[in-house]
Design a protein around this ligand. Sequence first.
Ligand SMILES: [Zn+2]
Length: 111
Amino acid sequence: MSGRAKWSLAQRFWAHVEIRAPNDCWPWKGCKPNAYPFFRAGTKAYHASRIAFMLWTGRWADYLRHSCDNPPCVNPGHLIESTHAENVADMVAKIRHRPHARAGRKRTDPW
Ligand SMILES: [Zn+2]
């Protein structure tokens, strides 16, 4: 592949993004609300936020979190590289803070 292919990937990518002020969310165009945007590169589809992070920092993050909690956002300033364990801890913390999360739980033990 030539260097031109790399360029066109970045150009193709940012063409899908609504770039706003540095601190605003940059939504992926055409993405449904609360859905994670995917970007097709070659034969694979990647999370658009991971591509944004990679183009911005030159590193490939295994897991990314949004500091803004807005899944369609791909603003690299809102993306935090994290480990899987951190992601799970974050998710668990969110579920615990939702008062109705346990409402559907049934008491199944016979004692
Ligand atoms: Zn954002």
